[in-house]
Design a protein around this ligand. Structure first.
Ligand code: AMP
Length: 192
């Protein structure tokens, strides 16, 4: 077992149109608090991001937002967080989100979410960290991405072990169980 004190969540800065995605966001937020795990996220007050932070705070949990100055200036930062860290730029922001977290989860989101998921998985693949990663596959939201990863593996452009770095489960609770059990998949450095 691995103790996850803080879990970083990547998710949409919009709410979108599918209520299942909002429901899954609330479910994960409550689960984090029930397990006494702090939330680390992008610090926004908008969209699914804002919903997640509000859920955690309302349930009495800890929410740490890490936001670059440029977004802060546009007043999208959540003002009621346990801790709000302002960074110089997007790169510093990502590095700090990654440093302060013990595991990484992607909920439904768009390109920003995909970017963060891809980057944190790349970092693990090349051995920059050994923290577990997974997606909440809300009603198959990530099915096509997972199928693509299988195809990449089949074609030999990603090895089996690294394919195993992207865990998935239909709910936040199930995914937290998997990540807490410390899925191995110790990344093979430089050998994709
Ligand atoms: P997207 O999935 O394209 O909506 O982007 C969401 C992800 O990118 C989040 O996990 C954030 O870390 C980051 N992000 C994008 N837009 C914002 C915003 N307005 N405020 C804070 N973070 C954002």
């Amino acid at each position: 077992m691995r103790e996850l004190q803080n879990v970083c969540v990547f998710l949409g800065s919009s709410t979108g149109t599918n209520p299942d995605n909002a429901a899954a966001t609330v479910e994960l937020g409550r689960e984090l608090v029930a397990r006494d795990m702090g939330l680390v996220y992008g610090g926004g007050a908008v969209g699914l991001m804002g919903l997640l932070a509000d859920t955690v705070l309302k349930a009495g949990g800890r929410a740490i937002g890490i936001i670059p100055r440029s977004l802060f200036a546009r007043e999208v930062a959540h003002q009621g967080l346990t801790e709000l860290v302002e960074t110089e730029n997007m790169h510093d922001r990502k590095a700090m989100m990654y440093e302060r977290s013990d595991a990484f989860i992607a909920l439904p989101g768009g390109i920003g979410t995909l970017d963060e998921l891809a980057e944190i998985t790349t970092w693990r693949q090349i051995g920059l960290h050994d923290k577990p990663i997974g997606v909440v596959d809300v009603n198959g939201y990530y099915r096509s991405l997972l199928a693509w990863l299988d195809r990449v593996t089949e074609d030999g452009l990603l090895n089996e072990q690294n394919r195993g770095l992207v865990n998935s489960a239909p709910t936040g609770a199930e995914l937290l169980d998997i990540l807490s059990a410390d899925p191995t998949g110790a990344a093979t450095k430089w050998d994709n």
